[in-house]
Design a protein around this ligand. Structure first.
Ligand code: ADP
Length: 500
């Protein structure tokens, strides 16, 4: 088998390289944890040189483990943590500052001020996003304001801005290519989704020079080739997408209405809306799903801040379980949640609430409530939060999703998958390859070099490992979800009393 595809998945907490064979099966994998830098409360940074060194290491390790020479790799695909903002020197590739990570809140005040000045409708109309520090634009502005001389040099074209995909591409091609893809561009808060170009009015609003921006390409494209000095051969880079978009592709959600939900630290659900750019009445984000042959397919996205982190909390702070996987048996040891609800709003509530002041709560405790009820409540919260997102999607699209494809660490928990099916009243499908983000990057690269002939061929390569059918009576489903709605209502009410 010669048609190997190498996927690089550069995530927030780790960097992975996975080599896929022509059937789309993983043949080898290497991974490194990424060092997190917290210079101040609410600030999160990565050292770009760490990211680069980790990428080189995992790619080399992965090829060595597989016993495959670089010359036998047909293409590289890249998936990456989105929105994280980098600034580097065009002539040398030298970063001018640490990368500012998507979680970083240092530009909150600036975003609040812009919102108060009434700029959010423009941002929403052009980019599909909310005016929030999460996205790249205000982070980039911060860099230009704080790195001495950066603004002048950026205007003169001496500096490059990019998200992680763009930085990796620049380094991999030995500085030959400064480009990004449409899904990553779409998360900067600078990209006009309808016109498919950097938006001059937004560049003006954030005071950013156009000379520093990367070229925006389709998700499958000729992005250049990896410098042969790096891995021993010039491997074409043929696919690139932001991680959640790559996961949507890895789950083969190519038809309008198909939904995937990824459960890691947080939870990200995307529904394909086809060629329609649906704008949400429920504070979901409008985003590009993927762009192939110049044609955009869109998605609605809902992000929940705390998913797996709630399980980590039950394990590490409360000590109720030794391993995350133990949660399934403990939850199953009691017949029901005993009326206990856990709202994991540790860092506020994401979609569809977007309340950064909200904090977590446990409600409904009785003298009979025990560890098993609390753990069960933590797992059930995954189902309720997902239902909040799917309900918003259904309302925005005028049709409810028919099934849900799941991935991420938490999706390995059978109890969670079964509860997701029950509480949402739809079948839940878990794929054979759970590294869906890397698989999506590999699919894109494979499409780019013709290993796959089209999306139909990719759909055929996707395999379901297990399908969970809903088994709960509708009345019970509504009773349980009603309890969650009440619990969230109380958390939101409580947050209103907070002094900001
Ligand atoms: P990330 O990529 O965001 O770091 P992963 O996809 O690796 O996350 O998933 C890890 C998260 O999933 C952790 O928060 C962990 O607590 C949770 N998790 C992993 N396995 C299980 C399981 N079997 N049951 C419940 N939670 C799990």
């Amino acid at each position: 088998m010669t048609a190997h595809i190498l996927a690089i998945d550069q995530g927030t907490t780790s960097t992975r390289a996975i080599l896929f064979d022509a059937e789309g099966q993983p043949a080898a994998k290497a991974q490194r944890e990424l060092r997190q830098i917290y210079p101040r409360d609410g600030w999160v940074e990565h050292d770009p040189e760490d990211i680069w060194a980790d990428v080189l290491t995992v790619v080399r390790d992965c090829l060595a483990k597989a016993g495959v020479m670089a010359g036998a790799v047909s293409a590289i695909g890249i998936a990456n943590q989105r929105e994280t903002t980098l600034l580097w020197e065009r002539s040398t590739g030298r970063p001018l500052h640490n990368a500012i990570v998507w979680q970083d809140r240092r530009t909150s005040d600036f975003c609040d001020a812009l919102r108060e000045q009434g700029h959010e409708p423009l941002v929403r109309a052009r980019t599909g996003l909310l005016l929030d520090p999460y996205f790249s634009a205000t982070k980039l502005r911060w860099l230009l304001d704080h790195v001495p001389g950066a603004r002048v040099r950026a205007a003169a074209g001496e500096l490059c801005f990019g998200t992680v995909d763009s930085f990796l591409l620049f380094r991999l091609t030995g500085g030959a290519v400064h480009a990004t893809d449409a899904t990553n561009a779409g998360r900067t808060m600078l990209f006009d989704l309808a016109e498919k170009r950097w938006d001059p009015e937004l560049l003006d609003l954030f005071d950013l020079p156009a000379a520093m921006l990367p070229v925006v390409m389709d998700n499958c494209a000729d992005f250049g080739a990896a410098d042969p000095a790096l891995f021993g051969a010039a491997i074409p880079i043929a696919g690139m997408a932001g991680d959640q978009h790559a996961a949507l592709i890895g789950q083969a959600c190519f038809e309008p209405g198909m939904v995937k939900s990824t459960y890691g630290t947080g939870c990200f659900a995307l529904v394909n809306t086809g060629s329609d750019r649906v704008s949400s009445d429920y504070r979901l984000l409008t985003t590009m799903a993927y762009r192939l042959d110049g044609r955009a397919t869109y998605a609605l996205e809902g992000s929940v801040f705390s998913a797996g982190s709630a399980i980590q909390w039950l394990r590490d702070e409360l000590g109720l379980i030794a391993e995350a996987a133990d949660s399934a048996a403990l939850a199953a040891s009691v017949p029901d949640n005993g009326g206990v609800y856990l709202v994991p709003a540790f860092t506020g509530l994401g979609a569809p609430y977007w309340n950064s002041q909200a904090r977590g709560a446990i409600l409904g405790l009785t003298r009979n409530a025990g560890a098993a009820h609390l753990v069960r409540a933590g797992l059930e919260a995954q189902g309720y939060q997902t239902r909040d997102l799917l309900a918003a999607m259904a309302a925005d699209m005028g049709a409810a999703p028919r099934e849900l494809r799941v991935d991420g660490g938490l999706a390995e928990n059978d109890w969670v998958c079964a509860f997701l099916a029950d509480i949402n009243g739809l079948p839940v499908e878990r794929p054979a390859v759970t590294e869906t983000t890397a698989q999506g990057a590999a699919f894109l690269a494979g499409l780019g070099v013709g290993v796959y002939t089209g999306l139909g061929a990719v759909s055929k390569a996707w395999r379901c490992e297990r399908r969970f059918e809903p088994a709960m009576a509708p009345a019970e489903r509504e009773r349980l979800y009603g309890g969650w709605r009440k619990a969230v209502g109380r958390v939101l009410h409580e947050s209103e009393g907070e002094s900001v």
